[in-house]
Design a protein around this ligand. Sequence first.
Ligand code: SF4
Length: 358
Amino acid sequence: MEKPLIIPFFIPHVGCPFTCVFCNQWEISGEKEAIQPEEIADYVDAYLKKARLWPDRYVEIAFYGGSFTAIPPEKQGEYLQAAAEQKRKGRINGIRLSTRPDFINKEILDRLFFYGVTTVELGVQSLVDEVLKKTGRGHSVADTLTATRLLRKYPFQVGYQLMLGLPGDNRSFARLTVEKAVAAAPDFVRIYPTLVLKGTILATWYKEKKYQPWSLEQAVETAADWLGTFSFYGIPVIRMGLQAVENLSLQQDLLAGPYHPAFGELVESHLLLEQMQTGLSELELQEGEALTLSFHPLAQSKVVGQKKLNLVLLREKYGIERIKLVPQEKLAKNNLEISTASQSVTIKRQDFLKKYRI
Ligand code: SF4
């Protein structure tokens, strides 16, 4: 299925009474002022003129940024009315917004339903209370689960935005978060590694050595664990890592942390490395042996890894002399075949993912 065309509106910090330690919404959104409801129609016009549209392309207005449902109700109504008007005219198909789990109640959801909102993304971040507390989120895990249950009474798609490497987070808490997230069964998730941005509380803590961001390696490994787990349970991961937005001054504002422009690709590549190792563990390899690795052509860059990292790691760990790469159209995407002169093994993605069963 083609990706929907999303027309994003950033409503940064409007209505947000909180100060999460990692948050620097202005920098993340790359927009200094929130768009006003009366500007939405013209903006949609301009956006649709520039976009690649085809007859059945699904188009959505998305209210990202702060905490949409924490905005005064009249203002929410104005934004939603403007979006609903575009939907009524058939110029868009859906309305999506992101908000905090503790700003969800029946009255709020009735309003969203009334205006035809289709998707609600919750800023869940972590499903461990200790981490939420240290991060200054101001809500609990119970708030998230209650919000999710309430959302399920409406026909909304429910998304979870999750972060790894927050203050107090560690591998076992990250595992707990993914397990609880799977149990809550969102329709999709986004995964973000915690970055230290200038002007945030986290930046102060970092300078005072009270917070140490995760290494890129640790963030990639954990995100791969999450990706494997969500994939096993059929929950799509629609985004990994911050998106490069126009005017984004992330490089300038980034103080520290596991940022990589192709973070998602690194994660997928790491998952393939794990899959290759599962296959190799079934072979009896001799020191200095040559290996043939077959995969779907579209998977090649992820199989090899950035700067050939996966191949380097495999050679080192298993004492492999040579790895011959054989792209094969007949293989399903993410299925692998590994063979030596005398042995061969096929590792199907679905079988490999069983190791992520909870
Ligand atoms: S609730 Fe959202 S917008 Fe408000 S401080 Fe936290 S992350 Fe930033």
